[in-house]
Design a binder for this molecule. Sequence first.
Ligand code: NAD
Length: 340
Amino acid sequence: MPGERLKNMNPRPRVLVVGFAGHQGKEYLPIVRESADIVGGVDPAPAAPSLADQWGFPHYDILGEALEKVDFDAAVVTVPHSEHFPVCAKLLTHGRHVIKEKPFAVTEQEARQLIHLAQRADRSVFTLLQRNFDPVFRFAQENLARIGEPYWFSYDYHFNLAHQSTGWRASKEQAMGGVLLDMGYHLIDVLSGMFPEPEPPRVHSAFVHHYEEMRDRRLEDLVSLMCRYPSTGLVGSLRISRHNYEKTEHLCVLGTEGALNIVPGVAVLHSTGGLPLERRTWEGPKTDTVRSMIAHHLGHLDDRYYRQDHIQRQLTVVRTIDGIYQDRSRERNELADRCA
Ligand SMILES: NC(=O)c1ccc[n+]([C@@H]2O[C@H](COP(=O)([O-])OP(=O)(O)OC[C@H]3O[C@@H](n4cnc5c(N)ncnc54)[C@H](O)[C@@H]3O)[C@@H](O)[C@H]2O)c1
């Protein structure tokens, strides 16, 4: 097709940025522009038109208008969780690639629908998860086999926000989940990459609330999970929270022949007994990781193998998280029945 030939002659994809006036959207603008032509932006926020002016691309209030007026290859989507599915489904239905913020989807049903739409349109849906492009996490992944058979992990990820969540994160309808969905998505994805299994792990969870309002809205401020992977017997625990006394991230994996310990900027491979065998440090700015992540996805839009692997892993992540929320909701209903 002549259009196809023309597209292939231009190595810079044409990108629509959806949700570009928000926190994450703004952070991505300069980085996306390094590897793509931003040909338009959609965001209903009052500040969006002047921001689009500043960056020199046309602004649209709604996606439908952009789809009518501008031609593009891919969209970078950074919208509140409740908007992910309708926006991405529409983009795929119109035959556009999607590079999106996490979560890939909130429910297994929506994840499967997106996959169906992507496959029908022969388009990619890539989720932006920066740890997969972080040299320290890559070191851990590449050296995992050196610790023998992993039998235990412990993963902590905490923010130290002094105030209750605000904006869409404080609304059940828009956030569609608390810290498990918002922060925990990254961790479950890291674990799905390290310990790939066709079925999600079995999980026991405790949901905890710092603020009464968040309890009332059923948006957890803290979650503690105990996971068991049935096919290998691997067991592990995660704790994720927004209002800890310090901001921290720490993953430790114990294996039959050693251990891996990862904190931001440093991964260490240990022998059994704790002797450090090899260390990988990385002090580069976060922007470097984000740059390689976005360039990688933009460079693989038409790579069907990469696309398939990515989708399968994201489906497992979504099934794990959705399964935990479903279990909680079942337990709540059973309790309500017993009390009635
Ligand atoms: N990877 C990370 O570390 C990280 C960090 C922060 C946020 N995020 C993710 O980024 C996404 C956005 O979060 P945020 O903190 O930037 O939120 P935000 O509220 O700052 O920005 C969202 C933007 O989307 C716009 N928007 C809402 N509905 C829209 C629609 N239908 N079409 C177009 N624009 C729409 C809003 O006007 C707003 O400008 C979420 O999925 C969140 O989980 C990821």
